[in-house]
Design a protein around this ligand. Structure first.
Ligand code: EPZ
Length: 437
């Protein structure tokens, strides 16, 4: 076993056409929602990222039978034999999205046993909004060390108020409420596109859900939900990352299955930088052409439809190489600027003040050895490596593989010189030679 790394060589003017995979942050919660039904469901456009395989393992641990069809990018989930309620502790520890099995297990079986998910580099990432509101719905918790057993005789429908529109809490509460007698209302709900994708599959299963302004979800409980076929939405965060790869290398890209209508603020900021973006009818199909002289822009992250926190790190790379001074404020997570010190190693000029980064654009970055702290930081460092002079070695490969479905190969198809050297395989490099260590 050697330390895995991604090797990226400077690759200017990326260009070409690439299609997106399914959205990780829709796939994970939708896979978990299948626990609400009894029988075989089929999910299409499933992304084959590590976190999806982790979620599959978690569901198998509960008794589900999972069959991946790699050819057609589908997964069949059969929940007929689900009869266990303890989520696999190691997976809970490494993937926070595991918490999303709680709602379905409580709704279907009245019981869920979880390990408290560890905090992560982005911050404490507590689950108080989940637990407090499950308690309001009648759930009783017994904690032993960092294991939690949740039981409920009969879920009570409630008027739930979220002080912050938490994506996971909205999803978990909604998946409990769909089988709870009566009407549950979630005030100040998250309405990210991935949450809407979850709502669309729940309604296909037979759930009664309405979305009201402002940011309110109303759920009328039903007695049972049916297995379904559903196509996962495309990954808007992967779209943003691919567009930024073209932006930082002065290139151009066409994404036929990209949907501009779920990236409005992000694309607005790119236009303010001077880049050209065209979408085809109803927002589908995104054409991006980079400007030769990008202007730096400031932004702050917040809940949808504001600038997405998951594109903050990759967008910071574009500001590092743009003309002028910009300010980025991260308002969703308390510690999501860990990529700054790695970008500084590459010559970026960034000052951090609390959750704000002040960036002064530079002409060029220098390739060097850097480390990725989380999924989106790993993407940012790949983008920085594509733009930087020389070559960049990025450790923390597991983050990149957790979050993306062969994004390295998508970038390679646009002309990127990028190789993942991992312990499973040594992938062929772009000039078709094996990269020896
Ligand atoms: C989802 O995480 C996404 N993950 C995250 O993507 C994304 O960054 C985040 O939503 C915000 O859009 C998945 O969908 C699997 P939150 P989630 O609950 O649900 C605090 C990626 O890179 N909070 O909306 O965990 C929390 O600490 C990942 O793909 C509480 O205080 O996000 C954070 O500061 C990273 N108490 C803020 O709310 C709680 O009970 C937003 O968290 C829950 C959350």
């Amino acid at each position: 076993m050697f330390e895995e790394f991604i090797l990226v060589e400077q690759s200017l003017k990326l260009s070409g056409e690439v299609n997106l995979s399914g959205a990780k942050n829709a796939a994970l919660v939708i896979m978990s929602s299948i626990l609400l039904t009894e029988g075989k469901s089929i999910l299409k456009n499933i992304p084959f990222s590590q976190d999806v395989f982790n979620m599959a393992k978690l569901l198998e641990g509960l008794g589900a039978e999972i069959k991946f069809d790699f050819e057609n990018k589908e997964v069949e989930i059969d929940t007929s034999k689900v009869a266990k309620f303890k989520a696999n502790p190691e997976i809970m520890k490494k993937m926070r999205a595991s918490i999303l099995v709680m709602g379905p297990l409580l709704a279907r079986f009245g019981r869920a046993e979880i390990a408290m998910p560890g905090g992560c580099v982005l911050g404490l990432r507590p689950i108080n909004f989940h637990l407090t509101n499950f308690k309001k719905m009648g759930v009783v918790f017994i904690q032993e060390n960092d294991f939690l057993t949740a039981t409920v005789e009969k879920l009570i429908s409630r008027r739930i108020i979220l002080e912050y529109p938490s994506v996971g809490a909205t999803e978990n509460i909604m998946m409990a409420a769909v089988l709870a007698e009566g009407k549950t209302t979630i005030i100040n709900a998250a309405l990210e596109p991935e949450v809407l994708d979850l709502i669309s599959i729940l309604k296909k299963m037979g759930a009664k859900i309405n979305i009201l302004a402002p940011a309110t979800i109303e759920i009328e409980g039903v007695n049972f939900l049916n297995p379904v076929k559903h196509e996962i939405m495309c990954d808007r965060l992967e779209a943003g990352s691919i567009i930024l790869a073209a932006a930082v290398t002065g290139g151009q890209v066409y994404i036929p299955n990209g949907d501009a209508s779920v990236l409005d603020v992000f694309l607005l900021k790119l236009e303010e930088m001077g880049h050209t973006i065209k979408a085809e009818k109803d927002g589908k199909g995104i054409h991006f052409v980079a400007t030769e002289s990008p202007k730096a822009v400031s932004f702050k992250t917040a809940q949808y439809p504001c600038f997405p926190t998951d594109l903050q790190a990759p967008m910071m790379v574009a500001q590092c190489l743009a003309e002028g001074v910009s300010e980025i404020e991260e308002t969703v997570f308390e510690n999501r600027l860990l990529h700054v010190k790695e970008l500084q190693k590459m010559g970026a000029k960034i000052e951090v003040e609390g959750t704000k980064a002040i960036i002064t654009g530079v002409k060029e970055l220098q390739g060097t050895k850097v480390n990725a702290s989380d999924i989106r930081a790993s993407c940012a460092l790949v983008l920085a490596g594509l733009a930087a002079k020389g070559s960049t070695t990025i450790t923390g490969v597991h983050h990149f593989k957790r979050g993306y479905d062969e994004l390295d190969q998508k970038l390679e198809s646009l002309g990127a010189k990028i190789v993942i050297n991992d312990n499973e395989i040594i992938r062929k490099s772009s000039n078709n030679k094996q990269v020896e260590l």
